[in-house]
Ligand binder design. Structure first.
Ligand code: EPZ
Length: 423
């Protein structure tokens, strides 16, 4: 298996360009199934998850022309020839569930293997199913919870739907399905993430009538059909946040291009509490960790606009070395502290109790052999590797390939010494 070798780094310096958002391009690619016209998606990041979504769409009958060296994906689904998503693809990517809505809207049928849980949690989808049932969909669930979901619908009819939790995926599935339903759908307690807004903008350009995306109440007026569009995907706010932390943890001074400052407000605010100097210029965001002493702060993850759960492990890398104790509370996923064991192997001495982590801070970490336990934890152990004495060997790096485009190249462009070794 491939590994990364990360050396202790000098302060990062220079410029980095953020790629298109993984968590925006995946629902947008699924939404392209809603029309038989051509959809052209620009700024699509070259990621394994995007490759899997391309394969999934093709397995359903879409013609997909992915030119990811140019960050462009063209999708045209003249006819959906298959409504069963293949298990060998859905097991690779939980986001496969996103095609369920468009399949039902176009063909009235969808057979989707239950998306498994993953390292960070059970990842149930009862809210997705609650929304689809409210729109008139009949869903058979295998009592043993082993078989695929079999969903059918004669007529999609708009409805009022309350989400017990502002689930990103459930909000996206309901919006995509309601776009072609008869009548009005109102989602209460909807997720407000920027990726929801980008999906709604894509759909509205296709002729959908969606209002309120980005707030907790989204209103969708169903239409007869949708047409093809071209769309630029928003920058990846989690990749941006990861490089913001990388600059501060190494006491660096970097310029981040292609960033929307409103999308990283919680990370900016918390890094400033730690002593970082952050400001916008005409070229992008300057993030400096070399101006003030870097101290600790407390973090509590929440649905957007709260502090993003996907930034919890990268930020904890900073708290392990910044001066003073801190507390991190993870409220979104039930098992998102696997990176703590890896940090402790490097000398962080972090203790956890349930969804709470106590970080003593101020440690001089030592390089070690560590594992990327999920996508974001993989990024986090690279950050600790940048400041640990000696070399840190990171394995299971396929997680990182799923969600960060040209990650090593971008870090090397900032002066980091990271090499990829293939077994
Ligand atoms: C999206 O996952 C992202 N993935 C995740 O990013 C992100 O961490 C998450 O939103 C939260 O922001 C994509 O967009 C592809 P949720 P999603 O449904 O949609 C519980 C990354 O690293 N829940 O908002 O699966 C669920 O168990 C990934 O890029 C239910 O209980 O997130 C979890 O605890 C990781 N029942 C919480 O809500 C449901 O029916 C958040 O899940 C649905 C969700």
């Amino acid at each position: 298996m491939a590994k990364f070798l990360v050396q202790k780094s000098a302060p990062l310096k220079g410029e980095v360009e953020i790629s298109g958002a993984k968590n925006a391009v995946l629902p947008i690619m699924a939404a392209a199934l809603l029309t038989d016209d051509l959809c052209t998606i620009m700024e699509a990041p070259a990621l394994r998850d995007v490759d899997v979504m391309c394969e999934l769409l093709e397995s359903l009958g879409a013609e997909v022309n992915a030119r990811l060296d140019e960050n462009i994906v063209e999708i045209q689904t003249r006819e959906i020839t298959e409504y069963e998503a293949p298990f060998e693809l859905t097991k690779k990517m939980r986001a496969s569930i996103l095609v369920m809505g468009p399949l039902l809207a176009r063909t009235g049928k969808a057979i989707i293997p239950l998306p498994g849980g993953c390292a960070i949690g059970k990842r149930p989808i009862e809210l997705h199913l609650k929304g689809l049932r409210a729109l008139g969909v009949t869903i058979e669930e295998d009592s043993g919870n082993q078989g695929p979901l079999v969903a059918t619908v004669e007529r999609l009819v708009g409805n009022d739907i309350y989400l017990d939790f502002p689930s990103v995926g459930a909000t996206e599935v309901i919006i995509m399905t309601a776009a072609l339903a008869e009548g009005i759908t109102v989602i209460e307690n909807a997720a407000q993430e920027p990726e929801i807004v980008d999906l709604a903008n894509f759909l509205n350009k296709m002729g959908a009538r969606i209002k309120g995306a980005g707030t907790d109440t989204v209103k969708i007026e169903g239409v007869e059909r949708l047409h093809g569009v071209s769309h630029h995907v928003i920058p990846d706010r989690i990749e941006a946040g990861t490089f913001m932390v990388a600059s501060v943890i190494t006491k660096g001074n970097i310029l981040i291009r292609n960033i929307l400052p409103d999308h990283v407000k919680p990370v900016t605010a918390k890094l400033r509490e730690c002593g970082a100097e952050i400001y916008m210029t005409d070229d992008g965001m300057v993030v400096r960790g070399d101006v003030n002493p870097i101290i600790s702060t407390d973090i509590k993850t929440l649905p957007y606009p709260g502090f993003p759960t996907d930034m919890q492990s990268p930020f904890m890398a900073l708290l392990a070395v910044s001066k003073g104790p801190s507390v991190v509370i993870e409220t979104v996923f039930e098992n998102r502290f696997m990176h703590v064991a890896e940090f402790n192997r490097m000398g962080a001495n972090i203790k956890t109790d349930g969804n709470c982590a106590i970080i003593p801070g101020g440690k001089q970490l030592q390089g070690a052999q560590v594992v990327a336990t999920d996508l974001r934890a993989g990024a986090a152990v690279i950050l600790t590797g940048l400041v640990a004495e000696g070399t840190t060997e990171v394995s299971e790096i396929y997680h990182i390939d799923r969600g960060y485009e040209k990650f090593v190249d971008k870090f090397r462009g900032l002066g980091a010494t990271i090499i990829r070794i293939e077994d």
